[in-house]
Design a binder for this molecule. Structure first.
Ligand SMILES: [Zn+2]
Length: 113
């Protein structure tokens, strides 16, 4: 195995490998399809491979990931982010993990439990 640390770069590399493998699978299926009688499961497999490719390509393009957080680039996005009715405090980002940490810290400061 490689000794490269799990940095952002190596994570992108994993996405790239995933993209290549998904595209390979998709093209294998596409070129083996019988146009006269495509089997339903082949279409499903093709869709599945294309979805994997799309997800990996999105991850590559996102760079920092959806959260924009350096610590949790692949973490979940806070569902309250961008919510007009229940806005997040000023300065909070999209990262759910960081926002939860802020919520816990705020609750402890106020003596909530
Ligand atoms: Zn975070």
């Amino acid at each position: 195995m490689s000794v490269v640390p799990r940095t952002l770069a190596s994570m992108s590399y994993a996405d790239l490998r995933e993209l290549q493998s998904a595209l390979n699978t998709a093209s294998d299926i596409a070129f083996s399809l019988d146009a006269a009688a495509p089997a339903p499961h082949e279409a499903d497999q093709l869709l599945d491979a294309l979805r994997r490719a799309l997800t990996a390509a999105n991850a590559l393009g996102a760079g920092m990931g959806a959260t924009g957080c350096a610590e949790h680039p692949r973490g979940p996005v806070d569902p309250l982010y961008g919510d007009k009715d229940d806005p997040l405090p000023q300065g909070w980002g999209r990262c759910l993990l960081c926002n939860d940490r802020r919520r816990r810290a705020g609750a402890q400061r106020r003596g909530w439990r």
